[in-house]
Design a binder for this molecule. Sequence first.
Ligand code: PEP
Ligand code: MG
Length: 320
Amino acid sequence: FAQELEKIKKIGAQTEDGERISVCVNIGKPSDLKGYEEEKLDGVGLFRSEFLYSSKSVKPSFDEQVKAYREAIEKASPDAVTIRTLDIGGDKRLDYLDMKDEENPFLGNRGIRLCLKNEEIFAEQLKAILVAARGYTAKIMLPMITSISEIKKARAVLDKVKKELDAQDTEYADKILVGIMIETPASAIMADSFAKHSDFFSVGTNDLVQYITASDRGNADVEELYNPYHPAVINMLSNVIKAGERHGIEVSVCGDLASNTEFTKLLLGLGLKKFSVPLPVAGRIKHKISHTDGTSARALAKRVLGAEDENEIKNIILRG
Ligand code: PEP
Ligand code: MG
C-alpha cells in the first residue's frame, strides 16, 4: 500500500478505466500548502480566508491580505487557487464586526449575508484577491448562498472594485471567476438556476448535511440525524452535479464527504470530477479513485439513488 501510494503521488488521479479526476486541496492558511509541490495535485479547491480575520482582534490590513493570497497563489502555481470570501457568523464571531447575539446563529447573519451588510470589508477583501491574483486567474467563491440576488449583489460589489482598480491603474487578475458554495438546501434544489449565475460550484457537505437534516453539525445529541447517507443528501448531490453538467460549469465537493473514502465510489458514480480535501488525505483519495471503475461506480450510484432509507444506503455503499 505504501509503495503504491508513493507511485500515485507522482501522477494525477485517474479511475481504473482511465478517466482523469481532479484532486485539489483545502487550506486554511498558505503554510498548509507545505509539501504541495511534491505531489501531483490539481490546485486549491477551498482556501478558507477566515484565519486572516480571526487570528487578531483587529481587521487585517489590505496588504496583509494581498500577501497571504499571493503566497498561496504562487505556491500552487500553475494550478488555480479558489479563495472563499469571509465566512464568519454561525459559531464564529469577530470583535470588530457589529454582530448581534442571535438565537439561532447558524440560521442567522453568516457568510455572504454578513459580508453584504459590511460592504466595506467585503469590497476590501475582493480587491485584495484581485490584486493578489495579478498575472493569474482569480477564483472567488461565495459562502452560504441561498438566493440568486446575493450572487448579483456580490458581483455588483466586484464590478465597483474593478472600476476603482482601473481608475487607479492598478494591475489585477487576468481573468475572474465567481463561483458559489452549495451548502444550503435552497441553492442545492435550485442548482439549475444558480448555475446560470455562477462560474463554478463547490458543495459544502458539512453545512449541507446540517441544513438538509435540520441537525446542528456540532451537537452530539443529534449526531445520528446528521447523516450524510440520508437519501435527501445524496439526491441533492446528484442534482447539483447534473445541473453543473447541463450548464457546463465545474462542480467540486469540498466538504468532509470528499475526504471519506467510503463515499469516493458513490461520488464518482454520481458524476463528480473534482474532489477537494485536506492535503494529508489527498494521496488516499487518489489511491481510492485509481481502484474504482467508472461503470461499476455508476451502477452503485443508481442503486443508491433507488433506495429510500439511510441505513439501506449505508449498506449498499459499504458492500460497494
Ligand atoms: C462545508 O460546509 O462543507 C464547508 C466546506 O465549509 P465549512 O466547513 O468551512 O463551513
Ligand atoms: Mg460551510
